[in-house]
Design a binder for this molecule. Structure first.
Ligand code: CAO
Length: 267
């Protein structure tokens, strides 16, 4: 599938995302009771917990052109001996988030309440970046462990491993536990903006929209075609203020728009 292309069409003329499996199963006009799938039950519990967190949303537009150029250079250099045959945008975004966390570690923390309901922040040095995944069974959020110490290709290989396990329904409890922050890329399916829901035990999540080529003004006021993507951050407003979120988001944007800065920080 080409970058930015919407979901594949099913045999009918309507895109498959508009016809969820449950709807297809119901053919008569009589209401029926359908038990939740295992993943839906997990989602119900997790999201009910998540929505006790006071969220705020912060959104920004990223120019993806420099990253598109860099990605094609990297992809052209990959061969049969490479850990992955190609790299998507995700590993760059996951790495940029981790690099920005070095400067804004609060966004990687966990809020904990003791027996007397006294709140404490647990600061976590390891960046285990969760990736929301759409699998045949539904939404799963495995995480890429210790992104701090991984290269772009390492992240791509681990993402691929998790994607394959996710599709086969074989993710382990270790794959889906101990996440510290999450990235949710809905853009490969569609939609330009998403308001992501924070995973309980974390204080921030990034939602990526669909990359679009749109007219923008260049430095001299001329109209230029730019490929842009909306990044929408949700953060826990009990511990993260808007200014901190905006600074962290600005750093992630800077690292992706000037990828050379990212490589300068690579360990
Ligand atoms: N805009 C436009 N194109 C995009 C895109 C975006 N935001 N994100 C990915 N693409 C492109 C990729 O570049 C790739 O094209 P190429 O073959 O040219 O590289 C193609 O779409 C397919 O990408 P992919 O899905 O194989 O890989 P990925 O690393 O970009 O994404 C994953 C991996 C797991 C995030 C994705 O497959 C997925 O499941 N997304 C849905 C997440 C979700 O459900 N979020 C909502 C959570 S709340 O319910």
């Amino acid at each position: 599938r080409k970058s930015g292309e919407l979901v594949s069409q099913s045999s009918s003329s309507q895109p498959s995302i508009l016809r969820p499996p449950q709807a297809r199963a119901v053919s008569s006009r009589v209401e029926t009771k359908v038990p939740l799938t295992h993943i839906q039950s997990q989602m119900l519990k997790a999201m009910t917990k998540s929505l006790t967190i006071p969220h705020f949303l912060y959104s920004d537009e990223i120019n993806f052109d420099p990253l598109i150029r860099l990605r094609s250079i990297i992809n052209e250099s990959l061969d049969a001996n490479s850990p992955v045959p190609r790299v998507s945008f995700m590993p760059f975004v996951v790495k940029a988030v981790s690099m920005a966390l070095d400067q804004y570690p609060l966004l990687n923390s966990r809020l904990e309440f003791d027996g007397d309901n006294k709140p404490t922040l647990i600061m976590r040095p390891q960046h285990n970046v969760g990736v929301a995944m759409d699998t045949p069974a539904g939404l799963v959020v495995p995480n890429i462990k210790d992104v701090n110490s991984l290269s772009i290709l390492d992240i791509a290989a681990e993402l691929r491993r998790l994607q394959e396990l996710g599709v086969e329904g074989k993710l382990t409890p270790a794959d889906v536990s101990s996440g510290t922050i999450t990235v949710s890329n809905i853009g490969n399916i569609g939609g330009t903006v998403v308001a992501p829901v924070i995973v309980a035990g974390e204080v921030a999540i990034l939602g990526m929209g669909r990359a679009q080529t749109l007219p923008r003004f260049g430095e001299k006021g001329q109209v230029v075609a730019e490929t842009v993507m909306n990044f929408s951050w949700s953060a826990d407003h009990r511990v993260v203020d808007g200014a901190t979120m905006a600074r962290m988001a600005a750093l992630v944007r800077e690292l992706l728009e000037v990828p050379g800065k990212m490589f300068a920080r690579m360990k």
